[in-house]
Design a protein around this ligand. Sequence first.
Ligand SMILES: Cc1cc2nc3c(=O)[nH]c(=O)nc-3n(C[C@H](O)[C@H](O)[C@H](O)COP(=O)(O)O)c2cc1C
Length: 327
Amino acid sequence: MNDLAAASPWNLSVAPMMDWTDRHCRYFHRLLSPRARLYTEMVTSAALVRGKQLRLLEHSQQEHPLALQLGGSEPHELAQAARFGAEAGYDEINLNVGCPSDRVQSGRFGACLMREPALVADCVKAMRDAVSVPVTVKCRIGVDDQDAYADLQQFTGLMLEAGVGVLVVHARKAWLKGLSPKENREVPPLDYERVYRLKREFPQLVVVINGGITTVAQVRAHLTRLDGVMLGRAAYHDPYLLAQLEHALHGEPLPDRDSVLQRLRPYVEAELARGTALKHISRHLLGLYQGEPGARAFRRTLSEGAHLPGAGWALLEQAMAPCAAAA
Ligand SMILES: Cc1cc2nc3c(=O)[nH]c(=O)nc-3n(C[C@H](O)[C@H](O)[C@H](O)COP(=O)(O)O)c2cc1C
């Protein structure tokens, strides 16, 4: 890791993932990683401003540093949504310029905005005028045929002019027609070199790389050239990787997996008391023992039992038992 990356609050983050990085997931990830920046699922500015669904901003104090990701393309509405986010205590407001789903395209936001950099710049300026926390952008390296380096360079230049100090780049383009969102995370090839070049040409910009990064060694290698790494699927499916990264990058002692779960107990019990069903929390824990003896039994016990009436902490104890015995 270079000095820049070591000092950057963006050096390690967990990606915004719809339906995955909800507040329960983030609370759990925070137990594994005291420092990683956590991102919410995308929340649309319309849901907050027109729909008045401010409950979408709910989070726990323990989740900080925490970024709210917004989707939208209407500057005034995004500014108001950003204000709500900042008032709710988020440390950063991130604009989604990378999601290619049809639903998002019909709302004219997400990855299709890479075609409209001037509009993105207007959105960002309006958001920056509304809040004092950093406003950041998450984008792709291109969309459809607009995928030359010059296109990304022009987009980035406009973002800088608009006052964006941090750009998260998913290092593959998106095809707006013909590929599902899932295929758009797998089919277009990764091009890390393009992101490195962006950092070389815009050294003043904090550049965070995302896409296909799954190991401590890969994170370390990216951090020699960039300010930060954002992990998505790898962090979700193998959350213990977050603890391994804290250990490797910051010398944090490695917690054992059982103790992480034990530290989750007060949260689980408080949520159950509020009426949250165990399955909404336990679904994010399934990968904790990934690669360890007992992992399959852990997953099975939780998957089979968490939706049953009355499921509570005892089920987690039961799920943990074979793993503890194997350790
Ligand atoms: C289930 C799922 C939901 C996602 N939702 C969002 C989202 O709401 N906003 C966003 O910018 N990216 C979203 N993404 C993309 C991720 O943030 C990330 O860019 C992508 O998964 C590539 O990183 P990875 O290879 O480390 O997973 C989603 C990805 C997944 C797997």
